[in-house]
Design a protein around this ligand. Structure first.
Ligand SMILES: Nc1ncnc2c1ncn2[C@@H]1O[C@H](COP(=O)(O)OP(=O)(O)OP(=O)(O)O)[C@@H](O)[C@H]1O
Ligand SMILES: [Mg+2]
Length: 844
């Protein structure tokens, strides 16, 4: 074939047609074909990079440069398909993969006359004014739903979209911005993937993690859709150049990079066009959400720049589609505002309820000493399922000599044939544990969580079929779980390594995952997890967002998450195939949860404590269906029935208890305490003059110590019990936290008007009935006698409690120096309290 005979060469016509359609100039394409032959990949390389990247082959073919950097990045271990531009274009044209120089499978003739009708349509038709121009809109008689069915069938093997997906697609079709709020695993990705298949334009997806982009690109390639991802690390000009020339149907990009690529994106918007900007995991925009990324906030530039008023070649604004599974009402408002989404944004809202997830909460110390008790069942399940032979797993991963990734493998020396090798591994493992222990917490995993910062994924020739998840309407509490992996979330990096070690020693195929581990290891864990080589991944929050593995059967949280959003997001990794799956939270009810250290404004601290408190209350709850609490948290009413699967639905609530007597004593003490501090609840400005100095309101610990010391029948009810009562009184609105920033547990309780009314009326016959929560029940079953010194010392090890107490001390000292009038004749606060309480009793 003569590469110069462009006009008569079928392959050359085809290449020209496609590249023209993608926005390349005719002259440049012809020139490139003249040099490198009619191979799309090489023509594009030539046009983008000049003659340096490809050398002319004798006979008009071409030869790739052997060092293909991006291919190496995407394919560091030879697992992914080698980079070739020929794989990138076929999906929308109906032609499948073809190799360089070969005849395309569909018959193309010359450029103008015999081109694929779809391409002709895409090039020749003017866009309709009010709707997106679909790829195959040439006959003007297209049926919108048919088109979607066709691409779904072709690429994913099923033929209908879910209702919410259709709503989101309708919004896109009408060029409208759209906010999609739908449960984890419901299929939000399809909402932005389908537009890429319906037009000749490109979809740009903003995503927060490389691992997430990587997984999605890999899946798309398997379904015959070319995609690439661009992280924030060292850019790969080749992949980036091709992305900005429209060579991939879908471009995944992290927010930092999208901001850097504004100008190239504008060019892309002109030719071949951008169908949609999708912002996945959009809750990251909000400071009030659980996974705030500052760069997400800057994405308002998308709405500001990619509109027809700014870019004259656009007939319509390029629609924004924002998607998340975990946005509360304030977060939703913040998203719309921060991204400056259009006033006509369509909000697509579906149920957050996951009917196949079985939620449970268990009390545990959640420390290494409780592993044996808590993981016995899990270990038994896996060992039984593969006919455990009584030996521990010796080797978890293939060891890569230069990598630390396998260094936490089983430390069971006795099971080894090679003592030296194991002892080396043991040393490595120990140093690895130590190293990871130094940096305890993963808070906000960075974007670049893999050792590749960008990569391209090429559509495979035979798209994988995409099975429908089985919707298990009949899931029941007694049903046993299918086989499948487990993810255990622990709060600390050290915890990931320790627990993974423990599980490996117990015979399981387990791996640790935290942001401090080598990125090559993290990628390896992802790969092994997705290929079912691992049974358990023990991870921090670094492993979570968007992970779409269909058969995860158990999500275990070993320690309280920072928010219900984070909890629901992580729990949402389970049962994405629709089959019954367990979500178990182990929480220490006796311990006050603390916030992970982070830079926060007062407002953010307040919000963070509120989220942590809500999460703790979820764990302590004994009376409301867990699924109901979770969906209500996201603003959804659940109806009267529970899920009938969670521990609360199964066990039923505990017996109600009349807390009236204790409530009256507690509230009287609060009133008395406040009076000693010179505060008069009856004065009219008490509730109108704003928050007072914390020192001027009662102190929870003092009140409880006082009650336990002075009233013998309450001596055995410890602080945990009274905290339970305080939660009940707060719930019914009789007390409120007086501190500027309320923490997880009430610390400075003050009476509300309703509380005062209750105290002053308290008709004898009416009780104050409530369900004791899980901590209260524990306190009842484990009474503790009072000791004033131990009361004060408890919790001192917790930095947050220490800080608060020291702040409290300072406040008291300051107050002493002030001019507050003390009631005459009393020396200590306790004496004052005692006198006032006995006065109030006498009055009764
Ligand atoms: N129309 C559909 N019909 C059947 N299954 C679908 C459909 N759309 C998507 N799915 C399935 O849903 C699974 C989860 O999809 P996806 O990853 O898009 O969920 P998501 O809503 O983005 O979840 P997350 O919030 O956790 O990221 C996919 O693997 C796919 O199997
Ligand atoms: Mg998703």
């Amino acid at each position: 074939m003569d590469a110069n005979s462009v006009g008569t060469d079928v392959s050359a016509d085809h290449v020209i047609a496609e590249l023209l359609e993608m926005g390349f100039e005719f002259d440049k394409i012809s020139e490139a074909i003249g040099v490198v032959g009619p191979c799309r990949a090489d023509v594009v390389e030539f046009v983008l990079n000049g003659s340096g990247s490809v050398q002319r082959k004798p006979g008009g073919g071409s030869q790739r440069r052997s060092s293909d950097r991006s291919a190496r990045l995407a394919n560091p271990r030879g697992k992914f398909k080698q980079s070739s531009i020929t794989y990138h274009i076929a999906s929308t044209t109906g032609s499948k993969t073809e190799s360089c120089g070969e005849e395309p499978s569909t018959s193309y003739s010359c450029l103008a006359a015999n081109m694929n009708p779809a391409l002709t349509a895409a090039i020749c038709l003017k866009p309709k004014p009010e709707h997106q121009t679909l790829l195959d809109d040439s006959r003007g008689e297209f049926d919108w739903a048919d088109k979607i069915s066709a691409v779904l069938q072709k690429h994913f093997g099923f033929s209908c979209v879910k209702g919410f997906q259709k709503e989101a697609l309708d919004a896109w079709f009408a060029h409208k911005d759209c906010l999609v709020l739908a449960a984890t695993g419901s299929g939000k990705s399809l909402c932005f993937q389908i537009p890429a298949l319906l037009t000749t334009k490109v979809v740009v997806v903003i995503s927060p993690l490389i691992s997430l982009m990587h997984d999605q690109c890999l899946k798309l390639a398997k379904h015959g859709i070319s995609a690439c991802f661009l992280g924030s690390g060292q850019p790969d000009n080749r992949v980036e150049g091709k992305a900005m020339a429209g060579m991939y149907k879908i471009i995944y990009v992290c927010p930092e990079t999208v901001l850097r690529l504004m100008e190239p994106l504008k060019k892309l918007a002109e030719k071949p066009g951008i169908a949609l900007f999708a912002i996945d995991e959009v809750h990251c925009v909000s400071k009030w959400g659980h996974d705030f990324r500052p760069d997400y906030r800057k994405l308002s530039v998308l709405r500001q720049n990619f509109c027809s008023s700014k870019l004259k070649f656009l007939e319509h604004d390029i629609p924004l589609m924002a998607l998340t599974a975990t946005a509360t009402l304030p977060v939703r408002e913040d998203i719309l505002k921060s991204l400056k989404m259009s006033g006509h944004t369509v909000v697509v809202l579906t149920s957050f309820f996951r009917q196949n997830l079985r939620f449970n909460v268990k009390h545990s110390k959640t420390s290494a000493s409780s592993y044996g008790k808590d993981f016995q069942e899990l270990i038994g399940t896996y060992n039984a399922s593969r006919n455990f032979r009584g030996k521990s797993q010796k080797i978890l991963h293939e060891v890569e000599p230069e990598s630390e990734s396998s260094s936490y493998e089983s430390l069971d020396d006795s099971a080894s044939d090679d003592e030296d090798a194991i002892s080396d591994k043991t040393k490595l493992a120990k140093s690895f544990v130590k190293e990871n222990a130094e940096h305890e917490l993963d808070q906000y995993p960075g974007v670049d969580d893999f050792d590749v910062s960008c990569g391209e994924f090429l559509e495979s020739s035979r798209p994988e079929s995409f099975a429908f998840p089985v919707q298990s309407a009949e899931t029941s509490s007694s049903e046993s779980l299918d086989q499948g992996p487990t993810i255990v979330y622990v709060p600390t990096r050290k915890g990931t390594v320790e627990l993974a070690n423990y599980l490996c020693k117990s015979g399981l195929k387990a791996a640790a995952y935290n942001a401090k581990m080598p990125r090559s290891h993290l990628r390896q864990v992802h790969e092994q997890f997705h290929s079912n080589a691992l049974e358990v991944v023990v991870a921090t929050i670094a492993f979570g967002m968007g992970i779409d593995k269909s058969n995860v059967r158990r999500i275990i949280h070993y320690g309280l998450p920072q928010s219900l959003e984070a909890y629901y997001q992580e729990a949402g990794r389970a049962g994405r195939d629709g089959k019954l799956s367990d979500c178990t939270l182990y929480c220490n009810f006796m311990r006050t949860p603390t916030l992970l250290p982070n830079k926060r404004s007062d407002e953010q601290t307040r919000a963070a404590y509120r989220m942590l408190r809500d999460c703790f209350h979820y764990a302590l709850n004994t009376s409301t269906c867990r699924a109901k609490i979770l969906v209500k948290y996201f603003g959804e009413e659940f109806g009267p029935d529970g899920c009938k699967m969670c521990d609360v639905c199964i066990n039923g609530p505990p017996e109600m208890h009349d807390f009236k007597e204790e409530a009256v004593v507690f509230m009287n003490v609060l009133q008395a305490q406040a009076a000693t501090e010179g505060m008069d609840y009856n004065s009219t400005d008490c509730y109108t003059s704003g928050r007072r100095n914390i020192g001027a309101v009662p102190d929870f610990r003092m009140a409880v110590s006082y009650i336990r010391e002075k009233i013998p029948r309450f001596a055995m009810t410890d602080k945990i019990w009274w905290q339970g009562l305080a939660r009940i009184l707060e719930d019914v609105g009789y007390i409120q936290e007086a501190a500027e920033i309320p923490r997880v547990l009430i610390q400075h309780p003050e009476l509300t008007r309703a509380g005062l009314n209750f105290l002053s009326s308290q008709p004898d016959e009416e009780g104050l009935y409530a369900y004791p929560d899980a901590a209260t029940l524990l306190a009842i079953s484990n009474p503790k006698s009072f000791s004033s010194s131990s009361e004060w010392g408890r919790g001192w090890a917790d930095p947050e409690i220490r800080r608060q107490r020291l702040a409290g001390k300072t406040g008291r000292r300051k107050r002493k120096r002030g001019s507050r009038k003390q009631p005459a004749g009393f020396t200590t606060a306790k004496e004052r309290l005692s006198a006032i309480l006995s006065k109030s009793k006498r009055r009764k």
